[in-house]
Design a protein around this ligand. Structure first.
Ligand SMILES: C[S@@+](CC[C@H](N)C(=O)[O-])C[C@H]1O[C@@H](n2cnc3c(N)ncnc32)[C@H](O)[C@@H]1O
Length: 246
């Protein structure tokens, strides 16, 4: 697809780092869940494979890739052989420990895992990545706009942002309004943003990304997890002022 030069978002500054206490709380929740999450089978295997295939089509072997919220590294381990390097990150040390165990069992030079949130990864290497991946994590970021700002900062101009996100407000209303608050009260669910797909697309576009495609890959039930392909545009070419005639 042809790139239409678009002005960079005005807020191209590094976003403020998220509140450390909130990040610690999130890490604690996911640390406790980590072994259970690792043992849990993928609910829609065919839908997951469709997303992996689509992602693979969009990657090239020269790509430097950042993954945020990589969990136990299942996706990173599948995609790393297709790229130059994949830096897979997650806020939970336990999730990353499991990912590292898996990597130790099948070592691969082009993959590494690190305990980092999105802002930390962007700060480490601004504009260094050709692709940023965020699967099943945007709804969990304490500050969605801050997270999207971090993705923007991490990507080089022309880089791709590939995400798949549960849009909880599109689920059965009993989930966001009943099941989720009850699970939260019992400490069995993390804080979750309940948005619909169009609101997520709008938030991505508001950060200056071009939304190139919104796809649905589920093979079972109603798909509440849009797969969004977005691109950080190149800066618009500066048009020289015409020289006034004397
Ligand atoms: C539902 S799991 C998804 C894991 C993996 N991406 C997948 O699709 O299986 C969400 C992951 O996001 C991580 N996470 C939550 N908040 C985060 C944050 N602020 N920054 C980075 N990772 C975060 C959690 O630790 C957890 O591993």
């Amino acid at each position: 697809m042809k790139t239409t030069p678009t002005p960079l978002a005005a807020d191209a500054l590094m976003p403020a780092p998220p509140d450390p206490a909130t990040l610690r709380q999130s890490a604690r929740f996911w640390d406790k869940m980590a072994r259970k999450y690792a043992a849990h089978p993928i609910a829609d295997e065919a839908g997951y494979e469709a997303s992996l295939r689509r992602t693979s089509e969009l990657l090239t072997e020269s790509d430097q890739v950042l993954e945020i919220g990589c969990g136990t590294g299942t996706t990173a381990l599948r995609l790393a052989p297709r790229v130059r390097h994949l830096h897979a990150t997650d806020v939970s040390p336990q999730m990353v420990a499991i990912a590292q165990e898996k990597l130790a069992a099948t070592p691969m030079a082009q993959l590494d895992f690190a305990v980092l949130d999105a802002a930390g990864a962007a700060r480490q290497a601004p504009q260094a990545y050709d692709v940023v991946l965020a699967f099943n994590v945007l709804h969990l970021l304490p500050d969605l706009d801050g997270g999207l700002g971090a993705v923007w900062q991490a990507l080089r101009p022309g880089g791709l942002f590939l995400s798949k996100t549960p849009c909880v407000a599109e689920m059965n209303p009993l989930i966001p309004w009943v099941a989720l608050p009850v699970a939260r009260a019992l400490g069995k669910a993390p804080p979750v943003h309940c948005f619909q797909g169009p609101a997520l697309e709008a938030a991505i576009a508001r950060h200056g990304f071009e939304v190139l495609a919104v796809e649905r890959h589920a093979t079972q039930g109603r798909d509440v997890r849009p797969y969004i392909v977005a691109r950080k545009p190149y800066p618009a070419a500066t048009v020289a002022e015409p020289v006034p005639a004397r």
